[in-house]
Design a protein around this ligand. Structure first.
Ligand code: NDP
Length: 294
């Protein structure tokens, strides 16, 4: 058996950004609207800083406006809510992203639900989660949207396929399962209490790994020819004392069995940011009254 095809998330994200940039230019010309994203970063977490910089660079390279709001770790919840309220009212801002994690003294759910649902480009507001579940014009979370785009590009129509999602977080697992269901897959959601995870995974035509556990999914858990989307990303130490990035899927042994598989890095990660740009463009169009809500 030959190795699985690599699903190139970087190339897909580049192509998507090209389409978004063209749409942004058209929106500016036709309606004088420049989509704007505000990123709120609390504290000095180095990984968060890198993500925020990368998002900001990609926004501006697509012709959108990016506004960074950095606040100290010690900010009170009330002050953070005041900032979000200001951004909700700001007409130049179409998307608001609160970089996670937030410090322990701040109630994450409360803050995320203070973002105006129409500017909730992360899709974390409870109203958007409900709209997604009901299948009505939601702003869906970026990582599952990116996974869906890769799957549809790879497989076309997903109707009738058996999909297994490993992980049930509000950010990845649940919305991923919902999107697969809307695409007419037969969906199983697995989690830490699932019995015989290997047997469950082996049923999958589409396997989405979002457990946050390095190399949890082994090659012999994968059905021959399955399409494998690896959401996990972990930096692990190697024997030589260096480090390397791995996903939730043991890559080499899985590639020998799967039909197509995303690498880590270069798979889902780049698509997540591209989808954030896409959601910001969608928000700007909706706010300008150019898209209906459903
Ligand atoms: P969470 O920790 O919030 O959720 C993990 C889920 O996996 C939980 O539902 C948990 O089950 C389940 N799980 C944990 N261990 C096992 C196990 N041994 N067997 C089966 N299920 C298990 O993580 P996230 O959803 O936020 O993220 C998942 C991964 O995706 C992480 O590695 C994260 O870094 C990565 N990620 C990558 C992104 C990207 O752009 N590439 C974006 C977002 C996340 P239970 O509910 O029972 O505890």
């Amino acid at each position: 058996m030959t190795d699985a095809k690599l699903i190139d998330g970087k190339a897909a994200a580049d192509a998507l950004r090209g389409r978004i940039a063209a749409d942004v230019a058209a929106l500016k010309q036709s309606h004088g609207v420049t989509p704007g994203l505000a990123v709120v970063l609390v504290g000095e977490d180095p990984a968060s800083l890198i993500y925020v910089r990368s998002k900001s660079k990609q926004m501006t390279s697509c012709g959108m406006a990016s506004f960074e709001h950095r606040r100290p770790e010690s900010i009170s919840q009330a002050d953070l809510l005041t900032l979000i309220d200001d951004l909700n009212r700001d007409d130049a801002i179409h998307g608001i992203l609160v970089q996670l994690p937030l410090p322990a003294h701040i109630d994450e759910h409360f803050v995320l639900n203070a973002v105006a649902p129409e500017k909730d480009v992360d899709g974390f507001h409870v109203l958007n989660a409900g709209r997604l579940a009901a299948g009505i014009g939601a702003m869906a979370p970026c990582t599952p949207l990116g996974c869906m785009a890769l799957l549809e590009e790879e497989l076309g129509d997903l109707s009738g396929l058996d999909a297994v999602v490993v992980g049930r977080s509000n950010i990845v697992g649940k919305p991923m399962a919902t999107l697969l269901l809307h695409a007419n897959c037969t969906v199983t959601i697995a989690h830490s209490r699932t019995r015989d995870l290997r047997a469950v995974c082996r049923r999958a035509d589409i396997l989405v790994a979002a457990a946050g556990k390095p190399e949890l999914i082994r090659g012999d858990w994968i059905k021959s020819g399955a399409t494998v989307i690896d959401v996990g990303i972990h930096r692990i130490a190697t024997e030589s004392g260096k480090s390397r990035l791995v996903g939730d899927v043991a890559f080499a042994e899985s590639r020998a069995v799967a039909g197509a598989i995303t690498p880590v890095p270069g798979g889902v990660g780049p698509m997540t940011i591209a989808m954030l740009l896409g959601n910001t463009l969608t928000a700007a169009r909706r706010i300008a009254g150019l898209l209906s809500d459903t």
